[in-house]
Design a protein around this ligand. Sequence first.
Ligand code: G3P
Ligand code: CA
Length: 284
Amino acid sequence: MKKGFIATIGAFALSMTVIGSGFSAIAAEKEKDILNVAHRGASGHAPEHTLTSYKMGEKMHGDYIEVDLQMTKDGELIAMHDETLDRTTNGTGLVKDYTLKEIKDLDAGSWFNEKYPEKANPEYNGLKVPTLEEVFQTFGKNANYYIETKSPAVYPGMEEKLSELVDKYRINKDMLLVQSFSSESLLKMSKIDPSIKLVQLMWYTSPAAISDAEIQAIKQYAVGIGPNSGMIDKEYVQKTVQNGLEIHPYTVNEKEEMQKLIEWGVTGIFTNFPDLLHEVKKGR
Ligand code: G3P
Ligand code: CA
């Protein structure tokens, strides 16, 4: 189900007031609105960051297509998680050292078949690395995109290019989220286009708490946060939501963990298995 994003904030904050004493009917209803973010597409089923994986994510009830961005030597934005080509293509070396034409010659699917023979599909062999433009052309202006500026310090001008493409393809900004671990990158985005909604990613290496000061600082520029799921607890989630921020933990691939996070009150989840999250949401 596609939905507006901001609209969920107020409604969810309202439902949170009744969560404390157990799972109420209102909360149970609202949890069906938890955003199902197809992480790198349905990347548990198909090679990540290919159009095939993104299409599968949509079919499997993902609400958002998650796109990580890297930039080529000639300044084109492509969908890829790593700064290097080695893991997800048959190329080697840094993305920034190759032109788009060179990257387009690579095979971005065969690695998946070799790594996951039980999920292999001959159609994945030879899949291409998509550009952000191709993603926009394929899914259109009204799809829900959740786009991450990766390694922004390596790619000066990445935010400007992203904004240019959002405008060129008239992407519906109600359905667009831009995320980054880099607050500098997000602040740059908000300067370039204050109408784009932003999510601050967090990476914790030990069990985490979030302070009032952090929440207030993030609220100055972002509508939500995305922490790694294993280091947060119920208090972290509820404090975040009660203070008016969305919270979308990543990357959650197990049913029990999805259920736990939903009970804590998260407003979205990044998963490689949007089909599983869909079932979990339906089953509650
Ligand atoms: O963007 C949320 C999550 O994807 C962050 O981690 O490394 O998978 O991009 P990563
Ligand atoms: Ca990401």
